[in-house]
Write a protein that binds this ligand. Structure first.
Ligand code: CMP
Length: 498
């Protein structure tokens, strides 16, 4: 075999292309690490330069067929890299902005690649591949067979694109997998589950399956909870407790309004179904759990029972004694706590005893509303544990924090003493245990201990002052901000003469 020697310019070209390959490899790695799609055209350019180097080397040997193939490949890779480069500039960015799925871009690119290969083969190698494939039944059959799955995915992808049963960011359920659509390619649809897993479902499977789209026709979704409650509790009372709890949850939509249905008269329970609308499908399980949590607290306060059949059977005989013991325990506990509240400290233990037997301990979970501003009421509360926040609405309806009340503080006395609507909202900032004192109990305390009325009226007046001062302060701040804004607007208008 005859070997030609390398000229000076060959060596310079070889070094130049090798240098370019090294620089482009470094850039490609950098772009890939930053998840930049630009690394693809760069990688294609790298292959092209390697092929050019090979052409220089092979041209020195007597290997004509290899040279033809290399030249053909180098033209194909150069064309691919140019197509990918322009696709990156003109298609990728605008598609991503418009949220157009990757499949559309992939199809455009595939068509461009195929056309360019056909043209290069036709004009550089004088091979008419298109007519070769169409005339050769065997080649067509082999290619068709080999690409069966791929083509089925591709065509299913195109059908899904046209039919659009879901879009990127929709929540769907296919083949028992539910999640958020995060990508659609010519091969598969990627969904991201609530368990933070990424699942790729082939398009041909999706095309054959039932698709449940939680985000269409609108993002609202009806969540369902089912709970069994004791036969002792009247359905209307249970329904009211359920509706109040669900209605108070900030993530539950007002429309359509929550609904409670009596489902079934079961062996030990009356089964209820609570239906409510949410828009945050992603957090459905969390919202349900939060509502179940709050239901437990509300049921507990209202004496609504979630029965446990086995326990009920065992405890039937011992119930009255056990109840008596529990009552005594609670009243001893109440005395200890009431003694620690400043205003109640002058009350004798004997008298406290009779009151403590009547008061109730109530549990509230974090964020629950204990008292709502504007509502009526006939009880006050002493905080046994946890922290409550007192909130008042300003003129725009926003909540202002008035105070935080911890252990041994009391609230709700204003309405109890004056009969006026609740002056503020009191919410549990963390899980709270309170003693609820009814109007009658307080009346009898005050009749016997006149000093308590004096102490309470002083505190009440101070709290009222504080309440007015904080509200006025906020309104003043807002009205001065409004004044400032209108002054600035006047200045702008004068400056631009508008
Ligand atoms: P009431 O009006 O019955 O219901 C809301 C309660 O918030 C109110 O009684 C007080 O107990 C309490 N409250 C109102 N203003 C203050 C304040 N400035 N500091 C502490 N508690 C307050």
């Amino acid at each position: 075999m005859e070997i030609k020697s390398f000229t000076h310019s060959d060596i310079i070209n070889l070094c130049l292309y090798a240098g370019l390959v090294i620089i482009l490899i470094a850039y490609s790695l950098y772009a890939k690490r930053r998840k930049h799609h630009f690394h693809i055209p760069v990688a294609l350019f790298i292959i092209y330069f390697i092929l050019v180097d090979l052409i220089i080397v092979v041209s020195k040997f007597d290997l004509e067929p290899a040279l033809i193939v290399l030249k053909l490949l180098s033209t194909i890779f150069l064309t691919f890299s140019i197509i990918r480069f322009f696709a990156f500039i003109f298609i990728d960015y605008s598609f991503r902005e418009k949220n157009i799925p990757a499949i559309t871009r992939d199809i455009i690119l595939a068509v461009l690649y195929v056309i360019s290969v056909l043209v290069i083969l036709r004009y550089q190698a004088n091979v008419n591949l298109a007519s070769l494939i169409t005339t050769s039944a065997v080649v067509t059959a082999v290619i068709g067979f080999a690409l069966q799955d791929t083509l089925s995915n591709l065509f299913s992808g195109i059908v899904l694109q046209m039919e659009k049963p879901y879009h990127i960011h929709d929540w769907i359920c296919v083949e028992n997998y539910s999640g958020k659509v995060v990508g659609m390619s010519w091969k598969s649809t990627k969904i991201y589950t609530r368990e933070k897993e990424l699942i790729s479902i082939p398009n041909n499977i999706i095309a054959k399956s039932h698709i449940l789209n939680y985000s269409k026709p609108d993002p609202n979704h009806i969540a369902i909870l089912e709970i069994g409650i004791s036969y002792d509790d009247a359905p209307n009372i249970v329904r009211e407790a359920m509706l109040t709890t669900v209605g108070e949850h900030p993530k539950v939509n007002n429309y359509p309004p929550p609904e409670v249905r009596v489902l079934n008269f079961n062996d030990f329970t009356i089964d209820y179904q609570i239906r409510f609308s949410i828009s945050d499908f992603e957090n459905e399980e969390r919202i349900k759990s939060h509502i179940m949590n709050q239901l437990w607290y509300r049921f507990k306060r209202r004496g609504i029972k979630i029965p446990f059949p086995i326990r009920t059977v065992h405890n039937v005989q011992a119930m009255p004694e056990k109840e008596e013991m529990e009552k005594n325990k609670a009243s001893r506990r109440a005395i200890i706590h009431l003694q620690m509240v400043d205003i109640f400290s002058p009350i004798s233990e004997e008298y406290l005893n009779s009151i403590a037997a009547k008061v109730r301990f109530e549990n509230y979970s974090q964020y629950e509303t204990i008292i709502r501003e504007g509502s009526s009421g006939d009880s006050m509360f002493v905080v046994v544990s946890g922290l409550c926040e007192v909130l008042k609405k300003d003129d725009t309806g926003k909540d202002i924090l008035i105070a935080e009340l911890g252990e041994n503080n009391f609230f709700g006395e204003m309405t109890l003493l004056t009969g006026e609507p609740r002056s503020a909202t009191v919410k549990a900032k963390e899980d709270v245990v309170c003693i609820r004192i009814g109007k009658k109990d307080l009346e009898s305390i005050m009749k016997e201990h006149s000093t308590i009325a004096d102490a309470m009226s002083e505190i009440l007046a101070k709290r009222k002052d504080d309440l007015d001062a904080k509200k006025n302060d906020r309104n003043k701040k807002m009205s001065s901000a409004k004044k400032e804004a209108s002054n600035i607007l006047l200045k702008i208008k004068a400056f631009f003469k508008i």
